[in-house]
Design a protein around this ligand. Structure first.
Ligand code: ADP
Ligand code: MG
Length: 368
Protein backbone atom coordinates (compact mmCIF):
# COMPACT_ATOMS: atom_id res chain seq x y z
CA UNK A 1 0.00 0.00 0.00
CA UNK A 2 1.57 3.31 -1.05
CA UNK A 3 2.34 5.69 1.80
CA UNK A 4 1.05 9.27 1.63
CA UNK A 5 4.57 10.49 1.04
CA UNK A 6 5.47 8.19 -1.87
CA UNK A 7 6.19 10.24 -4.99
CA UNK A 8 5.68 9.61 -8.70
CA UNK A 9 8.64 10.24 -11.01
CA UNK A 10 8.13 11.84 -14.42
CA UNK A 11 11.04 11.49 -16.84
CA UNK A 12 10.85 13.31 -20.16
CA UNK A 13 13.24 13.39 -23.09
CA UNK A 14 16.15 12.39 -20.88
CA UNK A 15 19.40 12.24 -22.86
CA UNK A 16 22.92 11.55 -21.64
CA UNK A 17 25.90 11.39 -23.99
CA UNK A 18 29.40 10.10 -23.35
CA UNK A 19 31.32 11.48 -26.30
CA UNK A 20 29.41 10.27 -29.34
CA UNK A 21 27.62 7.51 -27.42
CA UNK A 22 24.01 8.02 -26.37
CA UNK A 23 23.92 6.25 -22.99
CA UNK A 24 20.34 7.56 -22.70
CA UNK A 25 18.47 8.58 -25.83
CA UNK A 26 15.38 10.73 -25.21
CA UNK A 27 13.93 8.49 -22.50
CA UNK A 28 10.30 9.09 -21.46
CA UNK A 29 9.14 7.17 -18.39
CA UNK A 30 6.46 7.78 -15.80
CA UNK A 31 6.89 5.87 -12.55
CA UNK A 32 3.79 5.71 -10.40
CA UNK A 33 3.62 6.66 -6.77
CA UNK A 34 4.45 3.61 -4.61
CA UNK A 35 5.22 1.42 -7.61
CA UNK A 36 8.01 -1.19 -7.86
CA UNK A 37 9.46 -0.53 -11.32
CA UNK A 38 12.40 -2.52 -12.66
CA UNK A 39 14.83 -1.29 -15.31
CA UNK A 40 15.82 -4.43 -17.17
CA UNK A 41 18.41 -4.63 -19.92
CA UNK A 42 21.72 -6.19 -20.90
CA UNK A 43 25.04 -4.87 -19.66
CA UNK A 44 25.81 -1.45 -21.14
CA UNK A 45 22.19 -0.64 -22.03
CA UNK A 46 22.04 2.46 -19.80
CA UNK A 47 20.40 1.17 -16.60
CA UNK A 48 22.94 2.61 -14.16
CA UNK A 49 23.11 5.89 -16.11
CA UNK A 50 19.34 6.30 -15.76
CA UNK A 51 19.33 5.38 -12.07
CA UNK A 52 22.21 7.77 -11.34
CA UNK A 53 20.39 10.54 -13.19
CA UNK A 54 17.35 9.97 -10.94
CA UNK A 55 19.61 10.02 -7.87
CA UNK A 56 21.38 13.15 -9.11
CA UNK A 57 24.85 11.63 -9.43
CA UNK A 58 25.09 12.45 -13.12
CA UNK A 59 23.89 15.45 -15.07
CA UNK A 60 21.90 14.65 -18.22
CA UNK A 61 22.50 16.67 -21.39
CA UNK A 62 18.81 17.23 -22.01
CA UNK A 63 15.42 16.41 -20.58
CA UNK A 64 13.54 16.62 -17.33
CA UNK A 65 13.15 14.58 -14.14
CA UNK A 66 10.28 15.55 -11.89
CA UNK A 67 9.49 14.11 -8.47
CA UNK A 68 5.79 14.86 -8.23
CA UNK A 69 5.42 18.50 -9.33
CA UNK A 70 9.04 19.44 -8.66
CA UNK A 71 11.74 19.59 -11.32
CA UNK A 72 14.87 17.93 -9.88
CA UNK A 73 17.39 18.16 -12.70
CA UNK A 74 19.46 20.86 -10.95
CA UNK A 75 18.96 19.53 -7.41
CA UNK A 76 22.06 17.92 -5.84
CA UNK A 77 21.79 14.27 -4.68
CA UNK A 78 21.67 14.97 -0.94
CA UNK A 79 18.64 17.22 -1.43
CA UNK A 80 16.64 14.69 -3.47
CA UNK A 81 15.48 12.60 -0.49
CA UNK A 82 16.35 9.37 -2.27
CA UNK A 83 17.54 6.12 -0.65
CA UNK A 84 20.11 4.23 -2.70
CA UNK A 85 21.48 0.68 -2.60
CA UNK A 86 24.58 0.10 -4.71
CA UNK A 87 25.76 -3.17 -6.21
CA UNK A 88 28.90 -2.98 -4.05
CA UNK A 89 26.80 -2.04 -0.94
CA UNK A 90 29.25 0.86 -0.26
CA UNK A 91 29.12 0.29 3.51
CA UNK A 92 31.57 2.02 5.86
CA UNK A 93 33.93 -0.80 6.93
CA UNK A 94 35.25 0.96 10.04
CA UNK A 95 31.77 1.47 11.50
CA UNK A 96 29.44 -0.98 13.21
CA UNK A 97 26.18 -2.12 11.63
CA UNK A 98 24.22 0.35 13.80
CA UNK A 99 26.57 3.23 12.95
CA UNK A 100 26.22 2.48 9.24
CA UNK A 101 22.44 2.53 9.44
CA UNK A 102 22.42 5.64 11.65
CA UNK A 103 24.62 7.58 9.20
CA UNK A 104 21.87 9.11 7.02
CA UNK A 105 19.95 10.03 10.20
CA UNK A 106 23.00 11.83 11.58
CA UNK A 107 23.36 13.75 8.33
CA UNK A 108 19.76 14.84 8.74
CA UNK A 109 20.39 15.91 12.36
CA UNK A 110 17.94 13.41 13.87
CA UNK A 111 18.31 13.36 17.68
CA UNK A 112 20.27 10.55 19.28
CA UNK A 113 17.25 9.04 21.03
CA UNK A 114 15.23 8.92 17.82
CA UNK A 115 18.24 7.65 15.86
CA UNK A 116 18.57 4.76 18.26
CA UNK A 117 14.91 3.83 17.94
CA UNK A 118 14.83 4.11 14.13
CA UNK A 119 17.99 2.00 13.78
CA UNK A 120 16.51 -0.70 16.03
CA UNK A 121 13.31 -0.73 13.95
CA UNK A 122 15.26 -0.89 10.69
CA UNK A 123 17.36 -3.78 12.04
CA UNK A 124 14.18 -5.67 12.91
CA UNK A 125 12.70 -4.98 9.47
CA UNK A 126 15.69 -6.52 7.69
CA UNK A 127 15.88 -9.36 10.23
CA UNK A 128 19.19 -8.32 11.76
CA UNK A 129 17.81 -7.65 15.27
CA UNK A 130 20.59 -7.86 17.88
CA UNK A 131 23.44 -7.48 15.37
CA UNK A 132 23.79 -3.68 15.59
CA UNK A 133 27.11 -3.88 17.47
CA UNK A 134 28.78 -6.12 14.86
CA UNK A 135 31.43 -4.85 12.51
CA UNK A 136 30.79 -5.05 8.79
CA UNK A 137 33.60 -7.55 8.25
CA UNK A 138 31.88 -9.92 10.70
CA UNK A 139 28.86 -10.24 8.41
CA UNK A 140 28.03 -12.58 5.54
CA UNK A 141 27.28 -11.20 2.06
CA UNK A 142 23.54 -11.52 2.60
CA UNK A 143 23.73 -9.70 5.95
CA UNK A 144 25.76 -6.87 4.42
CA UNK A 145 23.14 -6.55 1.73
CA UNK A 146 20.48 -6.15 4.45
CA UNK A 147 22.54 -3.45 6.19
CA UNK A 148 22.85 -1.53 2.91
CA UNK A 149 19.10 -1.85 2.47
CA UNK A 150 18.34 -0.68 6.02
CA UNK A 151 20.63 2.33 5.55
CA UNK A 152 18.76 3.21 2.34
CA UNK A 153 15.27 3.33 3.87
CA UNK A 154 15.91 4.24 7.56
CA UNK A 155 15.40 7.97 6.89
CA UNK A 156 12.04 7.27 5.18
CA UNK A 157 12.95 8.47 1.71
CA UNK A 158 10.10 8.95 -0.74
CA UNK A 159 12.04 7.17 -3.46
CA UNK A 160 14.21 4.06 -3.20
CA UNK A 161 16.75 3.21 -5.92
CA UNK A 162 18.58 -0.12 -6.13
CA UNK A 163 21.29 -1.02 -8.64
CA UNK A 164 21.69 -4.81 -8.99
CA UNK A 165 21.66 -5.19 -5.17
CA UNK A 166 21.50 -9.00 -5.20
CA UNK A 167 24.08 -9.79 -7.86
CA UNK A 168 26.84 -10.70 -5.38
CA UNK A 169 24.69 -13.31 -3.61
CA UNK A 170 24.46 -16.99 -4.45
CA UNK A 171 21.37 -18.24 -6.28
CA UNK A 172 19.40 -19.58 -3.29
CA UNK A 173 19.92 -16.50 -1.16
CA UNK A 174 19.25 -14.24 -4.13
CA UNK A 175 15.89 -15.90 -4.76
CA UNK A 176 14.93 -15.62 -1.09
CA UNK A 177 15.97 -11.96 -0.98
CA UNK A 178 13.86 -11.25 -4.10
CA UNK A 179 10.76 -12.31 -2.20
CA UNK A 180 11.87 -10.45 0.96
CA UNK A 181 12.50 -7.24 -1.00
CA UNK A 182 9.08 -7.54 -2.58
CA UNK A 183 7.50 -7.91 0.87
CA UNK A 184 9.57 -5.03 2.25
CA UNK A 185 8.42 -2.83 -0.62
CA UNK A 186 4.81 -3.66 0.13
CA UNK A 187 5.40 -2.81 3.78
CA UNK A 188 7.20 0.52 3.13
CA UNK A 189 5.06 1.59 0.16
CA UNK A 190 7.94 3.64 -1.21
CA UNK A 191 8.30 4.34 -4.96
CA UNK A 192 11.07 1.95 -5.98
CA UNK A 193 13.25 1.80 -9.07
CA UNK A 194 15.21 -1.44 -9.24
CA UNK A 195 17.93 -2.28 -11.74
CA UNK A 196 18.78 -5.77 -12.92
CA UNK A 197 20.00 -7.59 -16.04
CA UNK A 198 18.28 -10.77 -14.82
CA UNK A 199 14.94 -11.20 -16.59
CA UNK A 200 13.66 -13.77 -14.11
CA UNK A 201 14.43 -11.45 -11.20
CA UNK A 202 12.52 -8.66 -12.98
CA UNK A 203 9.53 -10.93 -13.62
CA UNK A 204 9.55 -12.08 -9.97
CA UNK A 205 9.69 -8.70 -8.28
CA UNK A 206 8.12 -5.97 -10.37
CA UNK A 207 4.80 -4.18 -10.67
CA UNK A 208 6.08 -3.04 -14.05
CA UNK A 209 9.22 -3.62 -16.06
CA UNK A 210 10.92 -1.05 -18.31
CA UNK A 211 13.03 -2.94 -20.84
CA UNK A 212 16.00 -0.85 -21.98
CA UNK A 213 18.28 -1.43 -24.96
CA UNK A 214 21.01 0.93 -26.21
CA UNK A 215 19.73 3.83 -24.13
CA UNK A 216 16.15 3.53 -25.39
CA UNK A 217 13.10 2.02 -23.73
CA UNK A 218 11.88 -0.98 -25.73
CA UNK A 219 8.71 -1.65 -23.69
CA UNK A 220 7.21 -0.63 -20.34
CA UNK A 221 4.51 -2.89 -18.96
CA UNK A 222 3.53 -5.53 -16.39
CA UNK A 223 5.56 -8.77 -16.23
CA UNK A 224 2.62 -10.70 -17.72
CA UNK A 225 2.22 -8.37 -20.69
CA UNK A 226 5.96 -8.14 -21.35
CA UNK A 227 6.14 -11.95 -21.38
CA UNK A 228 2.94 -12.69 -23.29
CA UNK A 229 2.96 -9.72 -25.66
CA UNK A 230 6.55 -8.60 -26.27
CA UNK A 231 6.56 -5.43 -28.38
CA UNK A 232 9.43 -6.47 -30.61
CA UNK A 233 12.15 -9.02 -31.26
CA UNK A 234 14.54 -7.59 -28.70
CA UNK A 235 12.02 -7.96 -25.85
CA UNK A 236 10.87 -11.39 -27.06
CA UNK A 237 14.45 -12.61 -27.18
CA UNK A 238 15.61 -11.03 -23.91
CA UNK A 239 12.67 -12.10 -21.72
CA UNK A 240 12.13 -15.80 -21.25
CA UNK A 241 13.26 -18.49 -23.64
CA UNK A 242 12.03 -18.11 -27.15
CA UNK A 243 12.40 -19.30 -30.70
CA UNK A 244 11.72 -16.64 -33.32
CA UNK A 245 10.63 -17.93 -36.73
CA UNK A 246 10.02 -15.91 -39.91
CA UNK A 247 6.41 -15.87 -41.14
CA UNK A 248 5.11 -15.75 -44.67
CA UNK A 249 2.85 -12.78 -45.43
CA UNK A 250 0.60 -13.41 -48.44
CA UNK A 251 0.39 -9.58 -48.77
CA UNK A 252 -3.23 -9.51 -47.62
CA UNK A 253 -1.85 -9.86 -44.09
CA UNK A 254 -2.54 -13.59 -43.72
CA UNK A 255 0.49 -14.86 -41.86
CA UNK A 256 1.56 -18.46 -42.18
CA UNK A 257 4.34 -20.81 -41.21
CA UNK A 258 5.07 -23.92 -43.28
CA UNK A 259 1.77 -23.35 -45.08
CA UNK A 260 -0.40 -23.06 -41.94
CA UNK A 261 -2.12 -19.86 -40.87
CA UNK A 262 -0.94 -18.77 -37.44
CA UNK A 263 -3.83 -16.48 -36.57
CA UNK A 264 -7.40 -15.99 -37.77
CA UNK A 265 -7.11 -12.21 -38.16
CA UNK A 266 -4.85 -10.71 -40.83
CA UNK A 267 -1.91 -8.71 -39.47
CA UNK A 268 -2.18 -4.93 -39.69
CA UNK A 269 -0.56 -3.16 -42.61
CA UNK A 270 2.00 -1.24 -40.54
CA UNK A 271 4.60 -3.93 -41.18
CA UNK A 272 5.22 -6.31 -44.05
CA UNK A 273 7.51 -8.76 -42.28
CA UNK A 274 6.36 -10.59 -39.20
CA UNK A 275 7.84 -13.28 -36.96
CA UNK A 276 6.40 -15.98 -34.78
CA UNK A 277 7.67 -16.10 -31.19
CA UNK A 278 7.41 -19.52 -29.59
CA UNK A 279 7.83 -20.14 -25.86
CA UNK A 280 9.11 -23.67 -25.10
CA UNK A 281 6.54 -24.32 -22.36
CA UNK A 282 3.67 -23.55 -24.75
CA UNK A 283 4.64 -26.26 -27.22
CA UNK A 284 3.65 -29.86 -26.83
CA UNK A 285 4.32 -33.18 -28.47
CA UNK A 286 1.85 -35.93 -29.29
CA UNK A 287 3.83 -38.09 -26.84
CA UNK A 288 2.73 -35.94 -23.93
CA UNK A 289 -0.31 -37.47 -22.29
CA UNK A 290 -0.92 -34.21 -20.41
CA UNK A 291 -0.73 -32.06 -23.54
CA UNK A 292 -3.25 -29.23 -23.26
CA UNK A 293 -5.83 -28.35 -25.88
CA UNK A 294 -5.12 -31.23 -28.23
CA UNK A 295 -8.74 -32.06 -28.75
CA UNK A 296 -9.98 -28.50 -28.84
CA UNK A 297 -11.63 -28.41 -32.26
CA UNK A 298 -12.14 -24.64 -32.28
CA UNK A 299 -8.40 -24.09 -31.95
CA UNK A 300 -6.76 -26.59 -34.28
CA UNK A 301 -3.12 -26.32 -33.31
CA UNK A 302 -0.26 -25.58 -35.64
CA UNK A 303 1.47 -28.88 -36.32
CA UNK A 304 5.20 -28.89 -37.07
CA UNK A 305 6.83 -32.13 -38.13
CA UNK A 306 10.42 -32.69 -37.10
CA UNK A 307 13.15 -34.88 -35.73
CA UNK A 308 14.40 -34.98 -32.14
CA UNK A 309 17.91 -33.59 -31.89
CA UNK A 310 18.43 -33.74 -28.13
CA UNK A 311 16.51 -34.59 -24.95
CA UNK A 312 17.84 -32.65 -21.96
CA UNK A 313 16.85 -33.48 -18.35
CA UNK A 314 17.16 -30.54 -15.95
CA UNK A 315 15.44 -31.77 -12.79
CA UNK A 316 11.99 -30.21 -12.37
CA UNK A 317 11.66 -29.73 -16.14
CA UNK A 318 13.27 -31.11 -19.26
CA UNK A 319 13.29 -30.01 -22.87
CA UNK A 320 13.39 -31.71 -26.22
CA UNK A 321 15.21 -29.94 -29.01
CA UNK A 322 13.47 -30.61 -32.32
CA UNK A 323 14.67 -29.76 -35.83
CA UNK A 324 11.47 -28.99 -37.71
CA UNK A 325 10.89 -29.17 -41.47
CA UNK A 326 12.68 -26.21 -43.02
CA UNK A 327 15.64 -26.58 -40.66
CA UNK A 328 14.62 -24.36 -37.73
CA UNK A 329 15.11 -25.63 -34.20
CA UNK A 330 12.46 -25.35 -31.50
CA UNK A 331 12.66 -26.47 -27.91
CA UNK A 332 9.71 -28.05 -26.14
CA UNK A 333 9.77 -27.81 -22.35
CA UNK A 334 7.82 -30.21 -20.17
CA UNK A 335 7.47 -31.27 -16.56
CA UNK A 336 9.30 -34.42 -15.54
CA UNK A 337 6.53 -36.01 -13.48
CA UNK A 338 5.53 -39.62 -14.00
CA UNK A 339 2.71 -38.53 -16.38
CA UNK A 340 5.17 -37.24 -18.94
CA UNK A 341 6.10 -39.64 -21.70
CA UNK A 342 8.37 -37.26 -23.58
CA UNK A 343 11.28 -38.35 -21.39
CA UNK A 344 11.67 -41.47 -23.53
CA UNK A 345 12.33 -39.59 -26.77
CA UNK A 346 15.70 -40.25 -28.36
CA UNK A 347 17.72 -38.26 -30.89
CA UNK A 348 16.49 -39.26 -34.37
CA UNK A 349 12.88 -39.96 -33.32
CA UNK A 350 10.26 -38.50 -35.64
CA UNK A 351 7.78 -36.26 -33.80
CA UNK A 352 5.13 -33.61 -34.35
CA UNK A 353 5.31 -30.40 -32.33
CA UNK A 354 2.00 -28.60 -31.65
CA UNK A 355 1.27 -25.00 -30.85
CA UNK A 356 -2.21 -23.76 -30.04
CA UNK A 357 -2.93 -20.69 -32.15
CA UNK A 358 -4.00 -18.82 -29.02
CA UNK A 359 -0.42 -19.29 -27.75
CA UNK A 360 1.17 -17.94 -30.93
CA UNK A 361 2.92 -14.58 -30.38
CA UNK A 362 3.33 -12.51 -33.52
CA UNK A 363 5.72 -9.54 -33.68
CA UNK A 364 7.03 -7.27 -36.43
CA UNK A 365 10.37 -8.51 -37.75
CA UNK A 366 13.53 -6.54 -37.03
CA UNK A 367 11.69 -3.73 -35.32
CA UNK A 368 13.47 -2.37 -32.24
P1 ADP B 1 24.33 -0.68 -17.56
O1 ADP B 1 24.19 -0.19 -16.15
O2 ADP B 1 23.03 -0.97 -18.23
O3 ADP B 1 25.27 -1.84 -17.67
P2 ADP B 1 25.59 1.91 -18.00
O4 ADP B 1 24.49 2.87 -17.73
O5 ADP B 1 26.60 1.74 -16.92
O6 ADP B 1 24.98 0.50 -18.44
O7 ADP B 1 26.35 2.35 -19.32
C1 ADP B 1 25.67 2.69 -20.52
C2 ADP B 1 26.69 3.03 -21.58
O8 ADP B 1 27.40 4.21 -21.21
C3 ADP B 1 27.76 1.95 -21.75
O9 ADP B 1 28.10 1.88 -23.12
C4 ADP B 1 28.92 2.48 -20.94
O10 ADP B 1 30.14 2.02 -21.46
C5 ADP B 1 28.78 3.98 -21.11
N1 ADP B 1 29.28 4.73 -19.93
C6 ADP B 1 28.79 4.65 -18.68
N2 ADP B 1 29.44 5.48 -17.85
C7 ADP B 1 30.39 6.09 -18.59
C8 ADP B 1 31.40 7.07 -18.32
N3 ADP B 1 31.55 7.59 -17.09
N4 ADP B 1 32.20 7.45 -19.33
C9 ADP B 1 32.04 6.95 -20.58
N5 ADP B 1 31.10 6.05 -20.91
C10 ADP B 1 30.28 5.60 -19.93
MG1 MG C 1 24.97 -0.97 -14.36
Amino acid sequence: MPTDSALPIYINGLTKKYGELFALDAVDLNIRSGEFLTLLGPSGSGKTTLLMAIAGFNRPDAGSIQFGDTEMILTPPHKRDVGMVFQSYALFPHMTVAQNIAFPLKLRKVTEAERHQRVEEALETVQLGGLGHRHIDQLSGGQRQRVALARAFVFKPRILLMDEPLSALDKKLRERMQIELKQLHRQLGVTTVYVTHDQREALTMSDRIAVISDGKLAQVDTPQTIYNHPANGFVADFIGESTILPLNNDSSGQLSFNGQHVQSQPADATHRDWSLVIRPERLYLSEMSDAPGRHNATDTPLALDGIVKENVFQGETAFVLVTIDGGHEVSVRFGTGSMSQAGHLQPGDVVTVYLNRSDAIVIPTGDH
